[in-house]
Design a protein around this ligand. Sequence first.
Ligand code: ZN
Length: 471
Amino acid sequence: MTEQRWIWALVGAAWLGAACQSERTAAAAAPPQALASAAEPELAARCTALAERALVDNQAIVLLRGLLDAAPKRLSGSPGYEAAVRWGLDTMRAIGLANVRTEPVLVPHWERGVEQAAVVGPGGMPLRVTALGGSIATPEGGLEAELIEVRSFEELASLGARAQGKIVFFNRPMPRHLRRTGQAYGEAVPQRSNGAIEAGKVGAVAALVRSMTTAIDGFPHTGAMHYDPSIPSVPAAAVATADAEALAARLRQGPVRVRLELGCRTLPDVMSANVLGELRGSEHPEQIVVIGGHLDAWDLGRGAHDDGAGIAHVLEAARLLRACGIAPKRTIRVVLFANEENGLRGGEAYAKDHAEELRHHVAALETDGGGFTPLGFSCSLRDEAAAAIRRRFAPLQDLGAGLFATGSGAGGADIGPLHRAGVPCFGLWVDGQKYFDYHHTAQDDLPAVHERELALGAAVVAYAASVLADQ
Ligand SMILES: [Zn+2]
């Protein structure tokens, strides 16, 4: 597990919900606006053609199903991830991309083992839990301790010695009043990312974290967490929100003891890969627009929304451009990134290995908010540079994807290193109201994805990529 904490400056208004790994901090940015100007007729026709082709051919869902069948479990370092790499290479070749290849990435390798928990004693009840990614195991056979509930790190610190030897129960819900679910996630997720560190500081024996969702249900949500080498490490698990509510009710009546057993472990790093392929530019092939998503996924479900949908978006976008005979002037490079969920090493390796070439990267675009109805884009550019793109994105209004949030950060974790290197970055913005119902759970599977919503997302990515490549 890396120690990176990925703090994004992302739009008050625009954070899109693509919050896979960790906390994100909203910063001041221009509010999203509908795209204003009248479209150039050729661009409007291109946009319509791509959307119609996407809906009629309906290949985005076929691509997604293919990935989920070929590599249902594809956490970094696992054999399943390598199956996803093979699928990515085969699929890019079948689409007709050029320069199809892998590039090496050294990734962490963490495995989930047994995971179980229960309230013990009179009125005992099982708890639906899952280990957080990167957690250490409990002692063999599990541990048992009294539960102590907190809503904040400050509250935990104020407990002092009273938390010693206890299981700390972080039970602050994602705030419901925020319209942007990603913003609500950002407010609550430090409990998951850093709860084990804070629990270790006060001498607790484990951390149990309320799952990151506004839904009240029985599905625990995994996700990345961190340790601090200077603080004792304690095991950490997420508990389903319905069980978190039940635990809180029990605690109002008196002390609660919990038994927790986790069998997870961290193995040596594994040599893995990003997958790349290109639509070569007709006029300036050395200049590049990156479009990407992440090929790895958490292991509870099959990662249909996170980020199988993003992978389907970018591959289908490339297929659509070829199918519609749209030849970009600059090269569109499709990148399937490794290890977004628990390390971000794929994005870092790409930026490092292509450092010399980054001055030729004219844009990078990521889709990692799920396969929901596309609403528009976030964009790191501001002022005139952003306005020029906004005018050319105007035809997206007809698809309902006309929102455009400027000055809004990287647009995706994998392209964060490109953003920091000065590459203009874009994030596909989708309707995120349901995203955290599925995010990092066993429910993130194919039935949660609607084929027309997914197809429209691919068409929107295809249009945006072609416009960025032709600007
Ligand atoms: Zn993701």
